[in-house]
Structure formats: structure tokens, C-alpha cells
Design a binder for this molecule. Structure first.
Ligand code: SF4
Length: 813
């Protein structure tokens, strides 16, 4: 187990802009030999920390996982060995975690192992294509980062408030290559870097490369785009002491580029010249503002020391060695000209196959097009929805043949052709990545793993550029990992019948977790606000908790994220107003574009939240305001003129309890909303949810609350004058006071309410209500309450079922 002080050594250095983090990349020797690693670290320990210049002290050892796609010692085994021999004294350990030879379960297991060891920093990558084995690539670097981020968020959310600062968090790193020489490959690298940051990357390490202009270009791109993620420059000792220069030059190490001129130069030089170039590169990265360097290709500690000592001597004067650090490809493309001005990106034209795909897609697969509905109906009539039978098989066979010919389709069953601008990243990519490209393309845009094909990333970029707004879409689009269970099934029918990644949750999910009345959340919110004026920007475990709440709900597929802070406004409502502004900013920043649901009983809080949501130059989705009631219509609805929003219309009014009265109230709100320019689908009605456990009207002829709520939903949803409105309920209240199985009963409650027309819910998004079927017994229980129209027999039945449920599920004393 890593000693406490070491776990975050790299992280602390990278987060502190005054420190420069030096890492050394070590690999096992021929024949799965630990010796080179052990020897390097033994020599380091024997020389003493002071052997290295103060400004370049060593922070971490990085260990690649099966580099080059060739079997090697696992980083976890290297770690155990080094710990056993106490060779990590004073050093952090940064393992590479890749997707090439592990599926998502195996990666999770290996991450759990690192977590137990106390490892914090992880370099998450897609990985090299295996040289002599079948690649897995179930995830790519982005899917892997999302998986790690989820582990981090789960760990944070499970921690007790008093232990928040102790919960384990991985510090996720990603790779980026500025050393690409076509516009498409380079821009895709920058876009992918941004996607990695959005997916959880907190630091970056560059690919190897010898072109100072490209190293400077990355720094400039980050500055231009206000990206402050720390970047570690990769320094590889390019020397004839290993075959690496030749292998890189001959494209035997995909992603690494050595030009003819550089190869010739390296072969004409001495090893000291090679060391000198590496030292110049270290000095260059430091002066360009990189957060550190990762030095590879050196297994001799003395050589490593020479590089750093010399880099220290060079200091900021590396520019005199510019020529020695500039070995670009012929016809190299740069994003900035010599004066630092951004060049114009090329506007590529649409190719025939893209036009054909777009036309075909628009005609029968675009839900806004009539052809889609006709085609879907036809497929339904033929019984293809069942996923079996003659017509299904015939369709699937034709689809496979056609898509193989047109797109190199490999039958993943979860098609991303529309997202990838008509290019398939399974058949068209050697790694079959969800978010192509990787960093392996050659200087002229071919695939580094198969020189006979153009990298799929090139095609996608050009196709995106041919569409209006396509490049911005490409820049923002993050494809989810494919649904592996759909493999070999018909992707068109999966799309048609909502089984693939485009599947809409039948229940519009309004995440309920950011609510100050939830005891743990409220406690942490209070602690956060007590940290002072900068509490929403200064790192703290409490802020991490709120971030985890936001990110996890977005990851769980919430359609809206509700924020309710009313607990804070009891004494002074301005406190809630000010806090709402801050929480709106946080949801906007960390919520992965999920719109906010501003929830308050105070109109001023709603107005402040709405204004803040639009206080940005970025595009934001339409928010939801919770709630408009009969008495604040005139105050809130006129805001529609200035801010586009949807709202929850609360069907609660003194003395109005019957289904007819609630329906009338809904109509009143609806009519007013129409006058103010709302569309029907921008209105969500909501009414009181009563706990099932106490919903037992004892007076004969008096209906139950659940009955009233469900019948109200039915009446409103069946009213053609209000066609298109939604109905939402705060589901959690229904299970209050039950002894156990609250999630199961809530699931049954949703399932039953959906039969009446419910299509939205304020719920815990992690529970996936509306997607997973509920337990039949529990549905029967809810159904009994849904029928309580005043009939005493029905009441007896409901009471009996509730009695049985409680006695079966009573917790042992
Ligand atoms: S096609 Fe492109 S993205 Fe796919 S493996 Fe080759 S270089 Fe990587």
C-alpha cells in the first residue's frame, strides 16, 4: 500500500503551478524481466534525491501496460514488486490503464486493485492494437474515463459527511498528440482532448514528438480555449542505443513520428547528442508552461540524471536549440501561422456516399419525417419488433449485406453512423472505437495499424466539415459505449424500436438529489456555504460532493436536474436566492448539458435561477421551472418573453381536491400558458403524492389520494384540449413510512402511474424508473391503492395487502 504522503504526490505537483512534475517511464526488460526497473530505482535511491536538480526532482514512476501491444509485465505486478523491495521511497506510481486486452469488468477489477493499493493517478488510454492477440476495445479512452469517473463519484457519494476528505479518488490522466500533420488528424486530437477533459481527465500527457512548433501549438490552443488542465510533455530519449528511432520512422510504433531527416541525424550523432536533445526538450516544455515531463526510453539512472542536470543548465534558453527540436513532416499543417494567428479551417465538400446516407436516413429514419412512421408501422405489422421470425431474419440479412458493402459494417447492432457523419468506426477502424480516432494516424493521415487504410478520423472530420455546424457538433459529440448485448442483431430495427443508444427513457427523469431537505446533502451544503465567499470555486471535499451529485445524475441519464435550496431561506430568503445562482452555475458547468429544474416555493429564487441559467454565451438547453401555481401565473409566465423555459404547473389549491377540480385548475393554468406563448409540451402538471402507507380513507364514499392523483393524470392526459402536456409526480413521497423495499414499491408506483398517463417523475435517476420492470406483487399492491374510489371492499383489500407487505418486510428487531 502506497504510503499516505506519496499517493497524491503527482497530483499535488500538477495542481501547484509553481511545481514542475518529472516522471520517468519504466518498462520491464526482455523475457518479462523486472531487472531494468529495479536497477533504475535502486540507483536512484542510492544516489539520493539530491542527485537531481531541485527544479527537476522526480515525482513519479509511470509504467505502461503491454506497450506496443506486446505482452509485458502488468503495472500492478510491477507495483507489488517495487513495494516489496521498498523501491518507491518518495515516489508516486502512475500505472497506464488501457482497453486493448480487458473488457469493462476486467478493467473495473484492476482499478479496484489499484484503489486498494492506494494508487491515485491513472493514465487512461485506449491502448495499442495488440500485436499477436485479438484486441478487446469494448471501451475506448473516453468510455474508460467515464467508468473511472463513475467509480470516483460513487465513492464520494457513499462516504459519510465526516469522512468526505478521506474517500478514494482516482486522478485521471489522458493522452493527447499535438504531433499530427494533417488538419483532420490534428483537429480531431484537439477535439478529443476536450472530450477527455469533459469525461473526467484532470491531466494530460502528450505523445512523443520532435517539433517544438507543435508543442507550442498545443499550449496556444489550450490558452485560446481557456483550458487550464495541466499537461505533461513526453520526452523520449531518441537514441541508437535502442531500435526505437528506426521503428518509429518505419511506422512500426503507431502514433510515433520520426522524419527521414531526424532519423538520418540521430544515426549520425553520438549518445551524448541524443541526451542533449532530450535535455533541450525538457527545458522547452518547462519554459512553454507545461506542468511537467514524462521521460521515457531511459533505463539508466545516470543517463536520466544527465538529461535533467543539462536541462537545468539550459533553463529558459532552449530557443537557441529550436532547429534541433524541429523535425516536422513534409507539408506539415499547423493550426497557427508564424505570428500565432489561427489559420482558416478547410471547408470540405460532401461526398456521394454521405449524400446518399443523409437522404436515406432522412427519408426513413428521421423521426420528424413521415417516412419514418410509415416504415416503423410496416415493420411492426411484419412482426419484426420481436427480434425473431422470418421477416426479422430476412430484414437483418439484407441490412447486414447492404451495410457491409457500403460501410464495412461489423454488425455491432448499435449503430452510430449518424453521429459519425456516415462513417462506421467499427468496420472502418482497426480498433473499432466508439470515439475515433485514436492517436495512431500517420503524418499523412493513414492508419498506423494498417497502412492500407485512411484513418477513420480523417473521413469523419471531412464529412463533419461538409455539414453546416458539423465541426462544432463533432467537437461536442461524445459517443457512449455501444450496447454489447445488441451485437449481430439488426441495428436499424433496434433503432426503430428504441433498443439502441438512442433509446428514450419512457419516463422523463427529473433528478431529485440536489435537495437541501435530504439530510446528508443538506448537511454538506451547509458545511460548504460555511467555508466562505469562495466556497463554490475553491476546492473542498464538500464541493467535490456536490460535483459528484451533479455528474452522477448526468451519467445516470437524468433529463433534468432539480435543485431545491428552500431549507436555507427560512430566516432570509435572499440567502436562497444567492445560493441558487451558484448552484445553477455548477449544474451548467458540470451537468454535461443536462438542463436544470429550478425548484423553489419562492418566486424570487425561481427568477434568479432562470436569469442565471441564461447568463452565459454557451448554448444551454431549455430549463424547467418548478413551479407555477394559480396564484403566481401573472408573476412568472410573462418571463417567457425573455427566457425560454418549460414549467411544472402545480395542481394544489386550497379546497380543490376532487379530480374534476384539479382538472379545472390544470385547464386554467394551461389556458394562461397558451396566452403567454408556451407550447403544450412545455407544461408538466404535478399533484400531491400521498404516502401509500397512510392512504386509507376511513369514511365510506371518500376516495383515496393515490386514486385521485392517478385519475387526475388520466383525465388531463385524455383531454384533447390539453394534448401534448406532460404529467410528473414526486415519487419518493409515495413510499414514506414503508418498512422496506422502498425502491421496489416506488418502481411499481411509477409503472402503475404510467398506465394512467404519467410520463415524468422527480426521482432518483440512478434507479432507472420506467425502464426496469417492477415486481408483480408490488404492482398489485399499488394497484389496490389506485382503485380506492370510496368502495369499502377495495379499501379492505388494500389494507390487507399493505398489512401483508409490512409483516413480510418488517426488519428484524
Ligand atoms: S483507423 Fe484511425 S482511429 Fe482507428 S486504429 Fe487506425 S489510426 Fe486509430
Amino acid at each position: 500500500m502506497l504510503k499516505d504522503g506519496l499517493k497524491n504526490r503527482l497530483k499535488n505537483r500538477l495542481k501547484n503551478s509553481n511545481d514542475f512534475a518529472v516522471c520517468v517511464e519504466l518498462t520491464g526488460g526482455f523475457g518479462y524481466n523486472f531487472e531494468p526497473i529495479e536497477k533504475f530505482l535502486t540507483d536512484y535511491q542510492n544516489s539520493g534525491v539530491s542527485a537531481l536538480p531541485d527544479s527537476f526532482s522526480l515525482a513519479a514512476v509511470t509504467v505502461p501496460q503491454n506497450p506496443g501491444g506486446v505482452a509485458n509485465i502488468e503495472p500492478a505486478d510491477v507495483l507489488s514488486q517495487l513495494e516489496k523491495q521498498d523501491l518507491l521511497k518518495g515516489l508516486d506510481f502512475l500505472p497506464h490503464v488501457t482497453c486493448k486486452d480487458h473488457n469493462s469488468s476486467a478493467i473495473t477489477s484492476s482499478l479496484v486493485g489499484f484503489k486498494k493499493f492506494g494508487i491515485s493517478s491513472i493514465l487512461a488510454m485506449t491502448g495499442d492494437k495488440p500485436a499477436a492477440a485479438k484486441g478487446v476495445f469494448e471501451l475506448d479512452s473516453i468510455g474508460l474515463m467515464q467508468l473511472i469517473l463513475k467509480m470516483n463519484n460513487d465513492s464520494c457519494l457513499k462516504a459519510k459527511p465526516e469522512n468526505l476528505s478521506d474517500n478514494h479518488q482516482f486522478f485521471i490522466g489522458g493522452a493527447v498528440s499535438p504531433f499530427k500533420y494533417t488538419e483532420a488528424s490534428q483537429m480531431q486530437q484537439y477535439y478529443k482532448m476536450e472530450k477527455k477533459i469533459k469525461s473526467g481527465a484532470e491531466f494530460l500527457i502528450t505523445q512523443v514528438g520532435w517539433d517544438w512548433k507543435k508543442s507550442a501549438e498545443l499550449a496556444l490552443y489550450m490558452k485560446d480555449n481557456k483550458i487550464s488542465t495541466p499537461v505533461i510533455g513526453n520526452v523520449y530519449l531518441l537514441s541508437t542505443i535502442t531500435p526505437a528511432p528506426r521503428l518509429m520512422h518505419d511506422i512500426k510504433l503507431p502514433g510515433c513520428f520520426v522524419s527521414d531527416e531526424l532519423l538520418e541525424k540521430v544515426y549520425s550523432e553520438s549518445v551524448d547528442d541524443h541526451i542533449e536533445r532530450a535535455a533541450q526538450q525538457v527545458a522547452m516544455y518547462k519554459q512553454l508552461g507545461y506542468a511537467g515531463v514524462d521521460v521515457g526510453g531511459v533505463h539508466d539512472f545516470n543517463m536520466f540524471k544527465k538529461i535533467l542536470v543539462r536541462a537545468d543548465e539550459i533553463g529558459d534558453d532552449w530557443q537557441q536549440y529550436k532547429d534541433n527540436l524541429c523535425w516536422p513532416a513534409k507539408d506539415a499543417w499547423y493550426l497557427y501561422d508564424g505570428k500565432g494567428k489561427k489559420v482558416q479551417l478547410t471547408k470540405f465538400g460532401k461526398k456521394f456516399n454521405q449524400r446518399t446516407f443523409d437522404m436515406f436516413h432522412r427519408c426513413i429514419l428521421d423521426t420528424d419525417h413521415k417516412g419514418f412512421h410509415v416504415f416503423k408501422k410496416m415493420m411492426e405489422i411484419l412482426g419484426t419488433k420481436k427480434g425473431k421470425g422470418f421477416f426479422y431474419k430476412s430484414f437483418n440479412a439484407c441490412e447486414k449485406a447492404a451495410k457491409y458493402i457500403l460501410f464495412d459494417c461489423q454488425e455491432c447492432g448499435d449503430c452510430f453512423l449518424p453521429e459519425n457523419f456516415s462513417w462506421c468506426t467499427i468496420g472502418g477502424c482497426e480498433k473499432g472505437m466508439d470515439n475515433a480516432p485514436c492517436g495512431d494516424s500517420t503524418a499523412d493521415g493513414r492508419c498506423g495499424n494498417n497502412l492500407d487504410r485512411i484513418c477513420i478520423g480523417e473521413y469523419i472530420y471531412k464529412a463533419a466539415s461538409a455539414k453546416k455546424g458539423g465541426l462544432e457538433k463533432l467537437r461536442l459529440m461524445i459517443n457512449r459505449p455501444r450496447k454489447t448485448e445488441l451485437e449481430h442483431s439488426s441495428s436499424i430495427l433496434n433503432y426503430l424500436f428504441g433498443k439502441d443508444h438512442t433509446m428514450q427513457n419512457p419516463l422523463i427523469t427529473i433528478g431529485e438529489s440536489i435537495h437541501a431537505s435530504i439530510p446528508k446533502t443538506g448537511k454538506i451544503m451547509k458545511e460548504l456555504v460555511a467555508l466562505g465567499d469562495d466556497c463554490y470555486s475553491k476546492p473542498s471535499p464538500q464541493l467535490d460532493y456536490i460535483k459528484a451529485l451533479i455528474e452522477s445524475q448526468a451519467g445516470d441519464g437524468a433529463d433534468y436536474m432539480a435543485v431545491n435550496l428552500d431549507e436555507f431561506g427560512e430566516a432570509d430568503s435572499q440567502v436562497t436566492v444567492d445560493m441558487m445562482v451558484e448552484y445553477v452555475k455548477m449544474v451548467r458547468n458540470w451537468g454535461a448539458s443536462v438542463p436544470i429544474c429550478i425548484d423553489s416555493s419562492d418566486d424570487n429564487v425561481l427568477i434568479a435561477g432562470l436569469k442565471e441559467w441564461y447568463n452565459t454565451t454557451e448554448f444551454v438547453k431549455q430549463p424547467l421551472v418548478n413551479s407555477i401555481k394559480d396564484h403566481n401565473i401573472e408573476k412568472l409566465m410573462p418571463l417567457k418573453k425573455h427566457f425560454d423555459f418549460a414549467f411544472i404547473g402545480l395542481l394544489v389549491s386550497e379546497g380543490k381536491e376532487s379530480v374534476d377540480e384539479l382538472h379545472k385548475l390544470a385547464k386554467q393554468i394551461f389556458d394562461a400558458a397558451m396566452e403567454y406563448g408556451f407550447k403544450a409540451e412545455e407544461i408538466f402538471f404535478d399533484t400531491t403524492v400521498f404516502p401509500l402507507a397512510i392512504d386509507m380513507p376511513m369514511e365510506p364514499g371518500k376516495s383515496g389520494y393515490t386514486y385521485r392523483a392517478f385519475e387526475t393524470i388520466k383525465k388531463i392526459k385524455n383531454d384533447s384540449a390539453m394534448k401534448g402536456v406532460h404529467f410528473s409526480l414526486g415519487i419518493s413521497n409515495s413510499v414514506r413510512d414503508l418498512p422496506a423495499r422502498k425502491i421496489g414499491v416506488a418502481r411499481a408506483y411509477v409503472e402503475k402511474a404510467m398506465e394512467y398517463g404519467l410520463d415524468a417523475g422527480i426521482v432518483n435517476s440512478a434507479h432507472k424508473f420506467g425502464q426496469t420492470p417492477a415486481d408483480g406483487e408490488l404492482v398489485k399492491l399499488v394497484d389496490a391503492f389506485a382503485k380506492l374510489d370510496g368502495n369499502m371492499d377495495d379499501l379492505n383489500n388494500a389494507m390487507m395487502l399493505m398489512g401483508e407487505f409490512c409483516s413480510k418486510n418488517r426488519k428484524p428487531v
